[in-house]
Design a protein around this ligand. Structure first.
Ligand code: ADP
Length: 431
């Protein structure tokens, strides 16, 4: 029996050793996977050696790793979408944490505030230097509702301040939980506000311009209604005044219509080969009575090389008319001396008209082409101007692809220079 016990014992020992080795090997595989998972390595390969007797536990582990991989992909996809959304937004985005420090900015915010360098991790107050922004962030973090701010950021002259509509909202992990951070959305409304202000100013100016002649007409009509039978001279005077003011209203409406035809879709020119010199001469003829009554001298030096250009003849007539009329109108003392020149300038022509009038004060020169801008308001209005003449000139010249500028030394006359292309880019039929 003893001879049998030895081999059995050996076999049992070998079997046990084999079993221990297999269990140890399986355990090593399992422990290796667990360690990799603990270190964040979720790419556990499924083709690992056999992990018996822990095969089922390892299969569970592989399934957990699979779920984690899926979650990881989902988070990466969402992160990518979020980054894409943030970088393609035209609104600036800013996230501020509970410590009032900036944790995220998007590309739009960086271009809205190019002066701000490395804002991440810095206190919002230090970066923007605006208490109202920090206060809004604090109020929202302390459980307040969404805040809306209008913020204006001054710019170095001559740029206008930039206006922003800023919405500050809480970032909540779950509904009802305290805000972990705040999201501020910066919308640049500078252009909208500028347009709104220009529109308000335009409406106010138009109303004012209409009210003056209407008040005068009303006054004279009331006088006539009250009965002036016994004073025919008064009737005549009243009718003349009414006539003058009706003409003024008509002129104003004409100018407004011209201006509006250059805005929006109606910016049409009928460009064809035009004899600009002839056009100017016909304008001078129209003003002949005025020129003679003022004993004005109009000298024209037109280079024959730039006699013709592709232009809208009717509009150019208006340009020349407005400039000549101003030159005659604003030379207050003595005889007006007006000199006109047209000469080649590269592929265009340079037209200039100079007078010996009072010129234009330096502080007014930047505004002279604005609608309704007048240097000496009452005097200009009394002189019959609408304040729209130069704005019309500018609109017409720009529509032709040209430029207009003023040179004036106050007290020493004014020169308006127009540079026009000889050919229109879109051809002679219009643009
Ligand atoms: P208006 O119809 O009142 O003349 P404009 O737009 O043509 O309006 O001109 C704006 C203002 O510019 C005028 O009110 C006047 O004060 C000034 N101005 C225009 N042309 C001249 C000029 N040649 N000399 C002096 N001032 C001028």
């Amino acid at each position: 029996m003893i001879w049998l016990a030895l081999p059995v014992a050996v076999a049992v020992a070998l079997g046990t050793a084999f079993l221990i080795l297999r269990v140890a090997k399986g355990w090593r595989v399992l422990r290796g996977d667990l360690r990799r998972l603990a270190c964040g390595d979720i790419a556990i390969a499924e083709s690992q050696p056999d992990s018996w007797p822990f095969a089922k536990t390892r299969a569970d582990l592989l399934r957990i790793a699979g779920h984690l991989r899926q979650l990881d992909r989902q988070v990466a996809d969402e992160g990518l979408s979020l980054r894409t959304i943030l970088s393609s937004m035209k609104e600036g985005i800013l996230i501020v944490n509970r410590e009032r420090r900036i944790t995220l900015v998007n590309d739009a915010l960086c271009s809205q505030f190019p002066e701000i360098k490395s804002p991440l991790g810095r206190p919002v107050l230090e970066v923007f230097r605006r208490h109202e922004l920090e206060q809004a962030a604090s109020a929202v973090l302390d459980g307040g509702r969404i805040r809306r701010l209008e913020m204006s950021f001054p710019q170095p002259a001559p740029a206008l301040p930039r206006q922003f509509d800023v919405h500050v909202a809480p970032l909540l992990v779950s509904p009802g939980s305290p805000a972990q951070a705040v999201l501020a959305v910066f919308q640049d409304v500078t252009e909208v506000r500028t347009l709104e202000a220009a529109r308000r100013e335009f409406v106010a100016n138009v109303s004012h311009e209409f009210r003056t002649p209407l008040t005068i007409i009303n006054g004279y009509v009331e006088t006539l209604l009250d009965g002036t039978d016994d004073d025919p001279a008064m009737v005549g005077l009243s009718l003349q005044a009414i006539h003058r003011n009706v003409q003024r209203l008509a002129l104003l409406i004409d100018d407004l219509l011209t201006i509006s035809s250059f805005e929006g879709r109606a910016r049409l020119l009928e460009c064809r080969k035009t004899d600009l010199q002839r056009t100017f001469e016909s304008v001078v003829e129209n003003f002949r009575p005025d020129i003679e009554s003022r004993s004005a001298l109009v000298e024209v030096d037109w280079n024959p090389g730039v006699r013709h250009a592709e232009a809208d003849q009717r509009r150019m007539e208006q340009v020349f008319s407005n400039l000549l009329e101003n030159a005659l109108r604003y030379v207050e003392t003595g005889e007006p001396r007006i000199s006109v020149q047209a000469e080649p300038d590269g592929d265009g022509l340079l037209f200039s008209i100079s007078d010996n009038g009072p010129g234009i004060p330096y502080e007014d020169q930047a505004h002279i082409f604005e609608r309704f801008y007048r240097v000496r308001k009452d005097r200009a209005r009394d002189a019959g101007g609408t304040g729209l003449g130069l704005s019309i000139v500018k609109n017409i010249v720009l529509a032709h692809g040209g430029t207009v500028l003023l040179e004036s030394t106050p007290g020493n006359g004014a020169t308006f220079r127009i540079r026009m292309p000889i050919r229109q880019k879109t051809g002679p039929t219009g643009k």
